[in-house]
Design a protein around this ligand. Sequence first.
Ligand code: ZN
Length: 71
Amino acid sequence: MIECANCETAQFLQITKSRVYFERGELINEITERYECTLCGGVGIYTYDDDGGEETVRGDVDVTKERPKFA
Ligand SMILES: [Zn+2]
């Protein structure tokens, strides 16, 4: 999951822009999401590349391997 690198929590993150790229009209090749933290004002970009499943982040966000817990 994505969390704020400054606050170390995902609690205040909001997706402000989301974009999905298609290849050959059908396959989802790349997903880009822009995050804003409403607590510290940080902004970060998360990109998922379906070729090899590579995740990259820029700015004030981190990718953690933790999965959201079910209540
Ligand atoms: Zn923050």
